[in-house]
Ligand binder design. Structure first.
Ligand code: ZN
Length: 368
């Protein structure tokens, strides 16, 4: 059963809301694109008018809805989940949207300082830069330009001749392991003396993503956190957990908690969701290109040894808990709750144990 939430609206918004009453409550319109129909609209950390404002959208800007419930639409902003009140959103006609392919094909950038543009050609404006070994989900190809999903939830275009396709089973980072050292150390390795912060994503009023069977990301992250904590403790580590039951912890407090201890590594636990059901697999994300990236590669490589799901590789992600964190920090996305195969695996005890084994081994590879 979904719990019904009640919100207070002003008279004006109530009238506007009335116009949208034909939208079934709780019905997910995942993948629907909306345009902002107010002069500005707040992005909030959870579906409530009293939650923290994390950004603002201007009239005419567009968002993609990942889930929709109780008058709120969830999207992504700066790589983080964000909620906007749906009464100011105007659905964009599906006809005018580009046809996204149902594949989960990935491409990797082969050159440094590659421009990301708003359209398929050098005449389009530059919205950012990407670099060698960055990996993206391919959405569409037009005139030798790839449209890709960016980390901030938006899309951009990259010249196809500056990229290579990633074969789905490839784990390109395995070669970078110092295998000689790792082989010797992992048999009787130890994390004694290391403080590891484990951060179960979401919690309390922030449910995270919703699986297609209605179960919630916040429950999966909490459940697997205790499996990981146990295995880390068995390996000798001291574990700092940013939450231990179903309550809300702000992103800032998660970072503060980690930084207030002598933390050697911070690992944020999440599960993914995507409007296209076939998209699947697990990935590890980092923000800084130095040690964070190396730890992400070690953890992703170790997870790839144990997990039955597809490795999507290592990706740069602009997440608050990574960006604002002075500790060594990575974020793992442990499969897609919107993919039936991923979800079936995620719900098993074997999967939780495999994730914990992978994380322990990845940390040992990194620290030894
Ligand atoms: Zn999450």
């Amino acid at each position: 059963m979904k719990n019904i939430r009640f919100f207070t609206f002003t008279l004006g918004t109530s009238i506007l809301l009335f116009l949208f009453l034909f939208i079934p409550v709780g019905h997910a319109e995942s993948g629907q694109t909306y345009e902002i129909g107010a002069s500005s609209l707040n992005l909030r950390s959870s579906p409530s008018h009293s939650s923290e404002i994390i950004g603002q959208l201007a009239e005419g800007e567009q968002i993609v809805a990942f889930q929709e419930a109780f008058g709120w639409v969830q999207t992504y902003f700066d790589g983080e989940e964000a909620w906007v009140a749906s009464q100011f959103l105007v659905p964009v006609d599906k006809e005018s949207q580009t046809q996204a392919t149902a594949s989960s094909e990935m491409i990797t950038v082969t050159s440094t300082d590659v421009r990301v543009r708003t359209g398929p050609g050098t005449e389009y404006s530059v919205i950012g830069y990407t670099t060698k070994d960055d990996t993206y989900t391919l959405l569409e190809t037009t005139n030798n330009w790839h449209k890709v999903a960016l980390d901030n939830g938006k899309t951009g275009w990259i010249a196809a001749w500056l990229t290579n396709p990633v074969s789905s089973q490839a784990a390109p980072q395995t070669e970078t392991n110092n295998s000689a050292v790792a082989a010797e150390e992992t048999t009787n390795g130890s994390l004694a003396g290391y403080n590891i912060a484990i951060d179960p994503g979401h919690g309390g009023k922030d449910p995270g993503s919703t699986a297609f069977d209605g179960s919630l990301e916040k429950d999966y992250t909490l459940s697997i956190a205790s499996t990981i904590a146990k295995k880390l403790q068995n390996a000798g580590a001291t574990v700092i957990q940013t939450r231990t039951s179903d309550y809300f912890v702000s992103l800032k407090d998660r970072v503060n908690l980690s930084e207030s201890h002598n933390t050697n590594a911070f690992i944020s636990l999440h599960y993914n969701a995507y409007p296209i059901m076939t998209v699947n697999g697990f990935s590890t994300h980092f923000y800084s290109n130095g040690n964070d990236r190396i730890l992400a590669q070690d953890i992703q490589a170790a997870l790839a040894k144990y997990l039955p799901l597809k490795s999507r590789g290592v990706m740069r992600g602009d997440y608050h808990v990574l960006r604002e964190n002075s500790d060594l920090a990575v974020l793992v996305e442990l499969g897609f709750l919107t993919n039936p195969n991923d979800l079936a695996a995620i719900q098993t005890a074997d999967y939780k144990n495999a994730v914990a084994d992978g994380i322990v081994e990845g940390l040992m590879d990194y620290f030894h």
